[in-house]
Design a protein around this ligand. Structure first.
Ligand SMILES: C[S@@+](CC[C@H](N)C(=O)[O-])C[C@H]1O[C@@H](n2cnc3c(N)ncnc32)[C@H](O)[C@@H]1O
Length: 252
């Protein structure tokens, strides 16, 4: 992560991360390549960072936000499956999980862990019928979505009436101290750990980008507004340690 002040300002002003890509097509190509390359080392790096707080946190959030036995779940941006595995455990044998992600490399890692249906696609264009699933989950990936309105409209469309959405995301901490700690953690501690554990260059590249996406994270209020605009009811956000956020809503 860079400390260059003009770049930091640019990232804050532009959630599209123009330092990395100029337009949506480039964003898709660059991030897909980054995730494909880093996929084999993703889980280890996630464990070192612990910013997503691992499988137990994802499982706890899913349970608390209404995921129940027997449900059909769409896990968007499933990646290597940290949320999909937790959802698979919670829905049990009478339920089903469909994992969606644009990165074939990440989905290949997911399939090594859990036997769920996988779909290679983007959140903004979900190849499923209307009113198809009971629950939509998304873990730590909203920062990579170019068009929130389209993604949230798609979530609403594929949900049954009464179905729920749960989006887990990290936000830029409001307090200066927390921001400094987070920057130190991602910019210094994680790269040092990655060096010690001989993580590949691809993982380091992804984690540098990861730090920048947190700096450029979309404000929580804008996310809540976009969910309401899409037509979600009972839209809420809970926050832990000023960083971990869960955005929830339901299809009326
Ligand atoms: C940080 S990983 C999160 C993986 C997993 N959900 C977790 O909790 O660890 C982000 C994932 O988002 C995916 N992604 C990026 N852009 C996306 C988009 N527009 N729609 C859906 N997924 C996207 C990437 O391919 C990557 O696998």
């Amino acid at each position: 992560m860079t400390e260059n002040p003009s770049r930091q300002a640019a990232l804050k002003a532009d959630t599209r991360l123009t330092a990395y890509f100029a337009n949506e097509d480039e964003r898709r190509a660059v991030t897909r390549d980054m995730f494909d390359q880093a996929a084999p080392g993703y889980d280890r790096a996630e464990g070192l960072t612990a910013l997503g707080s691992g499988a137990w946190y994802r499982r706890k959030v899913l349970r608390e936000t209404g995921l129940r036995t027997g449900m059909l779940v769409l896990d968007v941006a499933a990646g290597t499956g940290l949320v999909s595995v937790a959802a698979h455990q919670l829905v049990g044998p009478s339920g089903r999980v469909v994992a969606l992600d644009p990165s074939p490399g990440m989905l290949a890692e997911l399939r090594k862990k859990v036997a769920v249906e996988t779909i290679e696609a983007y959140a903004e264009s979900i190849p499923l019928p209307d009113e198809h699933v009971d629950f939509v989950s998304m873990g730590y990936a909203l920062r990579h979505v170019g068009d929130l309105d389209r993604a949230f409209s798609e979530y609403l469309r594929v949900l049954h009436p009464g179905g729920r959405v749960c989006i887990m995301e990290i936000s830029r901490p409001a307090s200066r101290l927390m921001r400094a700690l987070l920057r130190f953690h991602i910019g210094a501690v994680v790269p040092a750990l990655a060096r010690l554990t001989r993580s590949q260059a691809e993982v380091k590249r992804l984690w540098e980008y990861y730090g920048d996406t947190i700096e450029a994270a979309i404000e929580p209020e804008r996310i809540l507004d976009a969910m309401r605009r899409a037509g979600f009811a009972d839209v809420k956000c809970s926050v832990t340690f000023g960083i971990f956020r869960e955005y929830t809503g339901c299809r009326a």
